[in-house]
Ligand binder design. Structure first.
Ligand code: P53
Length: 476
């Protein structure tokens, strides 16, 4: 008998900007994703000053889910999905972000989408902000470095909670809010928070300030959602890459502990409604003077999340070095290669056991229900002449991870709500903007340059995942 609970939410996950396309349809405004060009492994996506002629912006058309969602949901229903995780593009509802009134055409699109889900018995699971905030809030307000964004976000959240409260029960506020712990690179600060740094600017306190405003906005949104409808379940969303010590040398252990502190304190604030003391001490040591008011602290306490949603793709490793006596973690410098695991073509360390470890880590720390809202294998798929794709490597990756997730539930007793593998249909990669980095059970005929018919077809993993769901995780 399977240990997954009754009503376990098997499904798949995507995000609006990575699949919808229709970037200017229905009154939609430009988002941060609309000003990012295509990159590749080792070639960062360029963040342009608005939309420039002659550049390749892969999110503009993506896989045209905006027009094809009925066909795609039909395939998800065939897979047996109990739930479907996507996001609401903020720019369809508030095209610039600072309007007083929402855009009805955008609201109608998601009404239709959620009705279509419900028609198939598929529960929508919705992220409010998934790397797609209005670009206007960046160019006019400086992104989340500006406190005004709290009100804009809470207005957006309240409008959609009110509108969809009878169609959507499960929500998350900010996707992978902790990616910005990697603040030395440009991608995470921009996609998480709409931050563009000045040359020479001290980036770290800016990141902490932006994250603080987001955490306050998240808490106020949770509070507003509960007032609108107490049956809503509102969670956070954390990118979990557990950071292992490279060895059992005591300073390697301490280095890994500090690294975990610096990447996962966001969860403490979401769950407990307060900053951990180690972080307050770090702010003091570094002389960061952040705008954190008494009112903010009260808001954080009143908006603790109902569950922890998280992504898991890979684990990290770190070690102490003599030039870093305080064992401070800098994500752009402190990570080392783990000799015990393999890597994907994009250098992501493949570590199924790390998923069991992560589930236990979250459960031990927080005792809140957990939801694996992303997991998957980005790979180059080859379509045979008969249209099939033999993605056995994807089946192997997912089977190994589900098997560890099962141990965490059955043997370790963690409370797990569901599992939604990432990119259940091929879509635009967030990190690189490529189509070539595919995750789906469903192949989409489109290449990096934007050529292709956009036809959908089933990969080998389609029938496999269908059986996994039908057997409640027994048949791997
Ligand atoms: P791509 C970094 C590390 C872990 C997850 O990523 C990440 C990232 C950002 O690239 O992002 C999440 O497409 C994110 C999705 C994204 C997915 O992982 O770079 O929530 O939007 O597509 C996979 O291969």
């Amino acid at each position: 008998m399977s240990g997954f609970k009754e009503g376990f939410l098997w499904g798949g996950a995507v995000a609006a900007h990575q699949l919808e396309g229709g970037w200017q349809e229905g009154g939609k405004g430009a988002s941060v994703a609309d000003v990012m060009t295509a990159g590749a492994h080792g070639v960062p996506r360029e963040i342009t000053d608005g939309v420039l002629p002659g550049k390749n912006y892969p999110n503009h058309d993506a896989i045209d889910f905006y027009h094809r969602y009925k066909e795609d949901l039909q395939l998800f229903a065939e897979l047996g999905f109990k739930c479907f995780r996507t996001s609401i593009a903020w720019t369809r509802i508030f095209p610039k972000g600072d309007e007083q009134q929402p855009n009805e055409a955008g609201l109608q699109f998601y009404d239709d989408l959620f009705d279509e889900c419900r028609k198939h018995g598929i529960e929508p699971v919705i992220t409010l902000s998934h790397f797609e905030m209005p670009y206007h809030l960046v160019s006019e307000y400086g992104g989340w470095r500006n406190r005004k964004l709290i009100d804009f976000f809470v207005r957006f959240a309240s409008v959609v909670f009110e509108r969809y409260q009878h169609k959507v029960k499960y929500w998350m506020t900010f996707n992978e809010i902790n990616n910005q712990a990697n603040f030395h690179e440009d991608f995470a600060p921009f996609t998480n928070s709409g931050l563009k740094y000045q040359p020479g600017e001290d980036r770290e306190p800016v990141m902490f300030q932006a994250a603080h405003y987001e955490l306050v906005a998240s808490a106020l949104a949770v509070k507003a959602g509960r007032e609108i409808n107490p049956s809503l379940q509102i969670g956070c969303m954390i990118a979990m890459c557990p950071i292992y010590p490279l060895s059992c040398a005591p300073n390697d252990i301490m280095m890994a502990m500090n690294a975990m502190h610096r990447r996962y304190w966001f969860t403490d604030v979401h769950v407990r409604g307060a900053y951990p003391q180690h972080l307050l001490n770090y702010f003091a040591r570094r002389g960061f003077e952040l705008d954190i008011t008494e009112e903010d602290r009260a808001a954080l306490k009143q908006g603790c999340v109902d569950y922890i949603g998280f992504s898991y793709y890979m684990s990290f490793a770190t070690k102490a070095t003599p030039d870093n006596p305080q064992l401070d973690y800098d994500e752009s410098k402190s990570l080392v290669s783990n000799p015990y695991v393999q890597k994907s073509d994009w250098g992501w360390q493949i570590d199924p056991v790390g998923l069991r470890y992560s589930l236990n880590w979250f459960w031990d720390h927080y005792q809140l229900p957990l939801f694996i809202v992303e997991n998957g294998f980005g790979a180059i798929d080859v379509q045979e002449s008969d249209g099939t794709v033999d993605d056995q490597y994807r089946i192997d990756y997912l089977a190994a991870h589900i098997s560890e997730m099962k141990k965490a539930v059955e043997e370790d007793g963690v409370d797990l709500m569901g599992y939604t593998p990432w990119g259940c249909i091929d879509l635009v990669s967030a990190g690189t903007g490529e189509m070539k980095k595919r995750y789906g059970f469903i192949y989409v005929d489109k290449d990096n340059e934007g050529n292709g018919t956009l036809n959908r077809s089933k990969k080998k993993s389609f029938a496999w995942y269908q059986k996994v769901i039908a057997s409640n995780g027994e048949s791997l």
